[in-house]
Design a protein around this ligand. Structure first.
Ligand SMILES: [Fe+2]
Length: 440
């Protein structure tokens, strides 16, 4: 008797909730199991990947056609429209399709430029350049020997931007693109409360030659295939039912382990983002993305094809950034698109799974200054990390996701506890400040 696909037992997947000791053996084992599982659902891996290629390929073709017509690939919205709830359905649809957006006037231009000057003042006052001992990690360290990425987290400028109502408004708007509450009523995260995720700043001076950053994605490495939670999050990909995969579904992504590594992000981010502190032209070594939020389908199934060595996940290794390469992912490169020109005060956001890079530049015109501020809504994972963040904030330390440099512990002018507003307190998981009128 031959069983149909529906009748065949579906094999479960082995999982490793910590980095496996024998990585090559684990990769071989998970690849065999994933293929068996996909086939038990009635498709070969080649057929499942062909469906992904069709889905992602259609997006790539649209991007190429839009580019040909001279249309802006990146959605661009005015902050005022977001704040007024006046984003049109067509604009929202474009954001959902492209998974990225530039928010014009997130902060007033002069405010952002003043913050940029304040950061310079803060680091100079505290003799950062005299004490800087070199890049603390290999990833950004490969960019060059002068500090472009400042391991500075607790300046007034950064904290005022993070706890600003304007940032909270944009974050809520962006979080709402995700299916934060599922059909059974499980709320995976609170779209209207963000965890305050401290990150660094980049200041790249005029005249810089930079080789940029290679094309990569950030949400994880081998854990994306190997932990039980990610296997549930990507369940439709790992059963070959790729049409059912929704990149805006956060189910099983807001808790659970991640493999440690120097480039990891402990938080669940709906969008990665930064705020421009200088004007930047699109040809001056800026951020590029592959503006296709479904890209994880391509990245996770590609290594299962037979042309990839059996112990390889297309070059993905623990504790190293997830590489996206012309060798394994050529279709994606066709869609790689720079941000439009931005001005100080604009903010730039992209879906946490999306492939991105920073272009090389020679003799850069103008400054290239940003502060990294993502959208990281309140959920078990972010609540847990908030405890580390509170500790780092209190002592002026580098947060635990970042190299242990701790420059700011002794610095003057660090943002202090009493400067937190309610948004800042909420983002750090602190209780509301008591209302003084109720204390008399
Ligand atoms: Fe990245």
């Amino acid at each position: 008797m031959t069983l149909t696909a529906e009748q065949r037992p579906v094999p479960s997947l082995p999982h490793w909730n910590q980095t496996p000791e024998d990585i090559a053996a684990a990769v071989r084992e998970i690849k065999r199991a994933l293929r068996a599982r996909i086939e038990a659902h009635g498709r070969t891996v080649e057929q499942a990947f062909a469906a992904v290629e069709e889905r992602v390929g259609a997006r790539v073709a649209e991007i190429e056609a839009d580019r040909e017509r001279g249309e802006e690939i990146w959605p661009v919205l005015d902050y005022d429209a977001i704040a007024a709830g006046a984003v049109s359905p067509a604009e929202a649809a474009k954001l959902a399709k492209r998974g990225c957006v530039v928010v014009r006037g997130h902060f007033p231009h002069e405010q952002a430029r003043a913050w940029d000057r304040d950061i310079v003042d803060y680091v100079e006052r505290n003799k950062f350049f005299e004490t800087y001992t070199g890049p603390g990690d290999d990833f950004f360290g490969s960019v060059g020997s002068k500090p472009e990425i400042y391991p500075v987290y607790w300046s007034e400028a950064q904290m005022r931007a993070r706890q600003s109502d304007r940032t909270a408004t944009v974050q809520s708007f962006l979080n709402s693109f995700w299916k934060h509450t599922d059909d059974e009523g499980t709320q995976w995260f609170d779209p209207d409360r963000d965890a305050l995720y401290p990150d660094r700043i980049r200041r790249r001076p005029p005249g810089t030659d930079s080789s940029g950053l290679g094309t990569h994605c950030d949400p994880g490495t081998l854990d994306l295939w190997m932990t039980q939670e990610y296997q549930q999050a990507f369940r439709h990909l790992f059963s070959g039912q790729v049409e059912r995969y929704d990149p805006w579904d956060p189910a099983h992504r807001t808790d659970g382990p991640q493999y440690p590594g120097s480039t990891m992000c402990s938080a669940f981010r709906t969008f990665q983002g930064w705020t421009a502190l200088s004007d930047m032209d699109a040809d001056q070594g800026v951020l590029h993305t592959v503006p296709v939020p479904e890209v994880m389908a391509y990245l996770l199934l590609r290594p299962l094809l037979p042309d990839v060595p059996e112990d390889s996940m297309c070059g993905v290794r623990p504790n190293q950034v997830f590489p996206v390469t012309k060798r394994w992912h050529p279709d994606l490169y066709r869609a790689l698109t720079p941000i439009p020109d931005v001005r100080a005060g604009d903010s730039v956001w992209w879906h946490c799974d999306m492939v991105h890079s920073v272009a090389p530049v020679e003799n850069q015109k103008g400054w290239g200054n940003v502060m990294y501020i993502p959208a990281a809504p309140w959920c078990p994972r972010n609540e847990k990390y908030a405890a580390d963040v509170r500790e780092a904030f209190t002592t002026g330390s580098s947060p635990s996701d970042f190299p242990e440099e701790h420059y700011e512990r002794s610095w003057n002018g660090r943002f202090t506890l009493d400067q937190l507003n309610e948004t800042g307190r909420r983002g750090l998981g602190l209780p509301r400040r008591p209302d003084p009128t109720t204390l008399v």
